[in-house]
Ligand binder design. Sequence first.
Ligand SMILES: NC(=O)c1ccc[n+]([C@@H]2O[C@H](COP(=O)([O-])OP(=O)(O)OC[C@H]3O[C@@H](n4cnc5c(N)ncnc54)[C@H](OP(=O)(O)O)[C@@H]3O)[C@@H](O)[C@H]2O)c1
Length: 334
Amino acid sequence: MPVTALVDAALDRSIVGGYTRIGSALRRRWWPADPEPGSLRGRRIVVTGATSGIGEAAASGLARLGATVHLLGRNPDKVGASAEALRRAQPDAEIEEEICDLADLDAVQAWALGLRDRVPALHGVLHNAGLMTPERTETAQGHEATLAVHVLAPHLMTALLLDPLRAAHGSSVVWMSSGGMYGARLHADDADDLEYRVGRYDAVQAYARTKRMQVVLADAWAQSLRAAGAGDVRVESMHPGWVATPGVSQHLPTFEKVTRPLLRGPADGADTAVWLLATRPMSRPGHFWHDRVQRPTTFGWERGHDPVAVAALIDYVEKATGEPIGVPSPTDRD
Ligand SMILES: NC(=O)c1ccc[n+]([C@@H]2O[C@H](COP(=O)([O-])OP(=O)(O)OC[C@H]3O[C@@H](n4cnc5c(N)ncnc54)[C@H](OP(=O)(O)O)[C@@H]3O)[C@@H](O)[C@H]2O)c1
C-alpha cells in the first residue's frame, strides 16, 4: 500500500485529522485530479438543499464546470436569492429554480413528474438537503421528518427520475450522508420503529440513523441498477467532513464553537460531490466516499450490515413511497 494511502486511512480513523480542514489540506496533495474545466457543459444536475451551506457551494462548483444547475429548495425567496447570488458571481451560469418541500412526499412526486416532462435527460442529482429536528416532527403524510427528508424523498425522487437519468447515457446520483452514520448501525430490533412512533426520539440519533439509511439505500440502488444492466446510472453516497454551515451553527452550536477553527469551508465540504458528479469514477460495493476516496461503510472491527435490518429498511421505504429500488419490473407499476 502506498504511504499516502496509509496516511489517508490513519487520518480517517483519527476522525479529527480526517474530517476537519486538516484532512482535505493534506489529502489534496495526492487525491485524484480535478475535473476538466467545462467538463459539465451541456449537462443538467439537480441539487437539493441548494439554498444554504454545502448545497449552495456544490451548485456553484457544478455551475463553474459548465452544468445547468437546478437549485431546489422549499422556500421560493431563498431559492431566488441563491440563484441571484450565483448568477451575479458567475454571469454565464445556467440556473433553474425549483421549489419543492422534500418533507411532503406528494410535493416530491408532483415536482419529479413535472421535471420528467420538462427535461429529456438528467445527468445528476445531488441529494443534499438535510435537517435535524429537536423534537419528533411529523410530515403531511405522517412520517418522521428526518426519515422523510433524508430517506423517503430522495428514494422517491431517484425512482421517478430514473427515465431521464437513464436517457443521459451516463449520469450519477449522490447522497450526502454524514460521518455520524458510523455511530448508527441498523439493527433488526429497530425495524418495527423506523419512525420513532414507539421508542424515545433522540434528535442526534435520529439524524445519524437516517444518514446510515442513506448509505445503505445508495448501495442498494447502485447494486440493483448494475444488476439490471442500468449501471450507466451510478449511485454513490459520501460524507463531507465537518463543515461550517448555517445548519451546523443552528443545530450543533456547542460543537461549532469548539471546532470552529478546524471546520472546513462549504466548498471544501462540497468538493467530493462535485468531483463524483463530474468525473463519475467506478466504485465498488459500499459506494461510500469522502475526500475523493472510497471509504468503508463500517469500521473493520464491526461486522457488516445486518441483512435482516437492510431488507426491512428497503421493504419499508418501498412501501412508504410506492416505488421499488432499481429498474421497475412491469408488475411494479400495475
Ligand atoms: N455541515 C456539516 O458538517 C455536515 C456534516 C455531515 C453531513 N452534512 C450533510 O450535508 C447536507 C447539507 O448540510 P449543511 O450543513 O449545508 O446544512 P444547512 O446549511 O442547514 O443546509 C440544509 C439545506 O437543506 C434544505 N432543506 C431542509 N429541509 C428541507 C426540505 N424539507 N425541503 C427542501 N429543502 C430542505 C435547507 O433549506 P432551507 O434553507 O429552506 O432550510 C438547506 O438548503 C445535509 O444533508 C447534512 O446532513 C453536513
